[in-house]
Design a protein around this ligand. Structure first.
Ligand SMILES: *Cc1c(COP(=O)(O)O)cnc(C)c1O
Length: 373
């Protein structure tokens, strides 16, 4: 198999040069054509090249590209679920996905449960005769909990239930859920796939058969991506492996530094042998543990002051860019989740989520050290 770093660089299909020419046309010839090309049909050349590249990186047959991660996720969920169906969602989810379930499912007659899916017994107990889908993230946002993908898949297959994984945090460089039996992988490309904090898009990678099901519906929902952004995605993907490798190596060094610092109380990073999911992460991730980590200060009351003292690492919403960013989950990604529920899953008011960039690791450690003094 071709190495991922090579897949990232080369454009699939007929050679057109280093990058696919931008074809922004929305009015295309239809006479004598087998297919009509139109952005909302998800079939333009600019859309297709990035889908092919991402499918190869995720070891999937096929896929679709969307205007945001949420457009990708909601298109898949509403394509598969209908009135009367039940879905199991992990209780540790990106805040926006949690909000989507809570605010949208009920009006369509879809029932749902948030379950600790990394607990096989609880997962099995939550399955109902009308359960259609199990949806989860690993490593999860923001606590980096690791779920045994093979175990969830085994339980789901016994019951004929589809599985879907949001692989945003791991990226296709670190983890390939489809190769472990998952049916659909979702990405918020806005994060690592774009990688420069300047693009919004999403992707689904799956089998051709399931892609057809989603395609039938997503053309009705309309969350397609325009050609110019597709061009920027293609350009960004060229450095994906390079960026993510560096980010993972930096994250490991920062995690080790934070664990050893007396002013830091807890560090969540699946690459640390002390992380409860470390063994599973070793087995199902490609020897890289991602570049997201979370931690709490020993003196939680000093969290704001710590953030203000940082000068290289910037307090910002979002993640996955080449620059290191940090945020308090309770004020950003999980702001909309009721406090009680947030605390139940371990997202304390003070929890800090760090997205490690490609800067020099020594500079990042110096920055943390100064702010922790
Ligand atoms: C950001 C994010 C999303 C949503 O993606 P958008 O591109 O903002 O719609 C979904 N899942 C995870 C894990 C994310 O971090």
């Amino acid at each position: 198999m071709t190495n991922k770093a090579t897949i990232c660089v080369h454009t699939p299909g007929p050679r057109t040069g280093a990058i696919t020419p931008i074809d922004p046309s929305t009015a295309n010839k239809y006479m004598g054509m087998d297919d009509v090309y139109y952005p909302r049909y998800f079939n333009t050349r600019n859309q297709e090249v990035i889908v092919q590249k991402l499918a190869r990186l995720e070891q999937a047959e096929d896929g679709l590209i969307f205007s945001s991660g949420t457009a990708a996720i909601s298109s898949a969920l509403f394509a598969f679920l209908r009135h009367g169906d039940h879905i199991i969602l992990s209780d540790e989810l990106y805040g926006g996905t949690h909000k989507l379930a809570v605010e949208e499912f009920e009006k369509f007659g879809i029932t749902f449960d948030f379950v600790a899916v990394n607990d096989g017994e609880r997962l099995a107990a939550a399955i109902r005769p009308n359960t259609k889908l199990i949806y989860f993230e690993t490593p999860s946002n923001p606590l980096l909990s690791v779920t045994d993908i093979r175990r969830v898949v085994a339980i789901a297959k016994q019951h004929g239930i589809l599985t879907m994984v949001d692989n945003t945090f791991a990226t296709p460089i670190c983890q390939n859920p489809i190769a472990l039996g998952v049916d659909v992988v979702a990405h918020s490309g806005t994060k690592y796939l774009g990688g420069h904090s300047d693009l919004s898009f999403g992707a689904l990678l799956t089998s051709t058969a399931l892609k057809m099901v989603i395609h039938k519906h997503c053309t009705n929902y309309g969350g397609s991506l325009n050609s110019i952004d597709c061009y920027l995605v293609e350009r960004s993907l060229k450095t994906l492996a390079l960026r993510v490798d560096r980010q993972c190596a930096n994250a490991m060094r920062l995690a080790e530094f934070l664990v050893g610092h007396p002013a830091v109380q807890t560090v969540y990073y699946p690459g640390l042998s002390s992380h409860p999911g470390h063994q599973v992460a070793r087995e199902q991730m490609n020897g890289k543990f991602g570049a997201m980590l979370a931690f709490e200060l020993a003196d939680g009351a000093r969290t704001k002051q710590f953030l203000q003292k940082l000068s290289v690492i910037e307090p910002m919403v979002s993640l996955g860019g080449v620059e290191s960013t940090i945020c308090q989950a309770s004020e950003t990604s999980h702001k909309k989740m009721p406090r009680e529920q947030r605390l139940k899953i371990g997202v304390t008011d003070e929890l800090l989520r760090l997205s490690v960039g490609i800067e020099d690791a020594g500079d990042l450690i110096d920055d943390l050290e100064r702010a922790l003094e």
